[in-house]
Design a binder for this molecule. Structure first.
Ligand code: GDP
Ligand code: MG
Length: 163
């Protein structure tokens, strides 16, 4: 049995970095620049002996623009509906933001199976944000560093029951 994991969350938290790490190729776009065309991206992921499909979501560069926010919402909903499980990513260095709360609400409304990840988790600058992540009411956050490959074992453990 295989499954589909959708990585969702606001821009710049590190979704594509995790996608690239799971897929092992530069299929997803990683950048700091606003305005790059983005969509849904699918890849075949490997983590330990797990093989699954992973979807990278994107679509919001400017949280103050209503149309972009709508686009982000639609893309996220599409990804959630395609997926068996969602990895909801926040930036542990930034803590929980108002935009994160919008995503949490989308996931709740769609009754998605959610794994919560606090990314950019390397170093003590992330400590407060990891603790804040509990306030989302989505369970215990995985402390991840997608860039440095930390916490991948904890992600693996959370995905085992999905398979
Ligand atoms: P996305 O918009 O959510 O897809 O985010 P990206 O994957 O494009 O990453 C946005 C920025 O965060 C890039 O500069 C990444 O290098 C950086 N980033 C991603 N993961 C980490 C991490 O674990 N730690 C740190 N410090 N930076 C990260
Ligand atoms: Mg991205």
């Amino acid at each position: 049995m295989s499954f589909t994991l959708a990585i969702v969350g606001r821009p710049n938290v590190g979704k594509s970095t995790l996608f690239n790490r799971l897929v092992g190729k530069k299929l997803a776009l990683v950048d700091d620049q606003p305005g790059v065309t983005r969509d849904l991206r699918e890849g075949e992921a490997r983590l330990g002996d797990l093989r699954f499909t992973v979807i990278d979501t994107a679509g919001l560069e400017d949280a103050t623009d209503d149309s972009l926010q709508g686009r982000m919402r639609r893309l996220t909903e599409r990804a959630v509906d395609m997926a068996d499980v969602c990895l909801f990513m926040i930036d542990a260095r930034a803590g929980v933001t108002p935009t994160d709360l919008i995503f949490a609400e989308i996931l709740r409304k769609r009754s998605a199976h959610v794994i919560l990840a606090a990314n950019k988790g390397e170093g003590s600058a992330a400590d407060a944000g990891v603790i804040e992540a509990y306030s989302l009411g989505l369970g215990e956050p995985i402390r991840l560093s997608a860039e440095h490959g930390e916490g991948m074992n904890d992600l693996f453990v959370q995905l085992l029951p999905v398979e």
